[in-house]
Design a protein around this ligand. Sequence first.
Ligand code: ADP
Length: 408
Amino acid sequence: MKRWFSVFIISIFAIAAVSLVVVQLIQTRRTFSISDNMFSVSVGNAMEEVIKQLDSDKPYNSANFSYQDLDSLIVEELIINGIDMHPVIGVYDGSQGSFLYSSNPRHEDDLEYSPYRYSFRPQGVVSSSQYFIILSFPDAELFLQRNPNLYLYMSIFLLLIIAVMFILSLRTIANQRKLDQMKNEFINNMTHEIKTPISTISLACEMLSDETISQDNASRANFINIVADENQRMRLLVETILQSAKMGNKNFSMNPKEVDFNALTDKVLTSFKLTLANRGGSVERHLDATPSIVIADELHMTNLIYNLVDNGIKYSTGAPHIVVSTAIEGKHFVIRVQDHGIGIAKADQKHIFEKFYRVSTGNVHNVKGFGIGLNYVAQVVRLHHGHIALESEPGQGSTFIVSLPLKA
Ligand code: ADP
């Protein structure tokens, strides 16, 4: 995905998310104020009815009046008006400045400051005292769910979940695109890599079928060398691609047995004789490990050494000089493949074992490849419970160090 497009999408999402929270907040506040008003109106209606009844049916000063009756009357009227709550109820004598009754003395302070205050005249007579019935609703907050922060936090939390999902989707899309691009590059490279040796081989065969050339021993040998060289290149290519694909399969199994590593390394190095001769290069062997028997899969180990040496040659400018050594270090068999080629920058070293990764700086890639060789090597090492390390300086060369446990 293009960078500017991602930034554009993320900005739109961020603006939409913030706007959503603001709209939600405004809406919530509006709802609260409407429900607050409705609550006050309902309490007012209920109390109007209570006072009407107090003034007529159950005179406040009559002998059969009790505050319990007052409580039940108020609760009853509140329920009729849609408020299913039990308020704190107080009867206040305004002229004395004290409560004559309060249903919960602990809440007298609340009563004093409550806005739900209704004056009444006992028996409808204007008395010298001013009486008030005061109600307080300590549970009103819960009843009205008046806590706007709760809604805000919930909205933010949900938005965060959506944002995380959004980012994950963006990343998946970006990864998919990268993978697609890698796949295309891989197919392009592979076509090129396979086409070149095929045309070289067919050209060499054509030359060999020409009688004037086939009778000249030196030319004949030269063309046979070219065919053998190109053939070896294709073999490694096909082998690496096949084995690498097989490793992704969960039914993949290895075939470990006793392998003489010094002999194996020697065999692989010998097969590079022609390639090295063609480029005027050389290989130095220090196969000093004794004993050199390791329990390993012979085919994968052959490919491993092959890949490392092949890279050493590929990424050397001029005549390649490769040094291969084996040694026993502690409980490990260690093989080092050193070249004096272009080297690998620190930033690339971290990624070098990733599938399809190729160094893209400089003009490294007049050398063709797929970026799967080192990933395959790393997987082989991992399957053998070993370890691979890289020491490299750009312009100086690289050393790949593979250590394998002597006892698998
Ligand atoms: P390929 O060689 O097919 O591109 P590899 O997985 O073998 O793929 O290597 C990945 C990348 O690592 C190469 O493209 C190259 O840039 C870099 N590389 C590997 N070996 C060496 C080396 N010996 N010297 C310098 N660069 C190397």
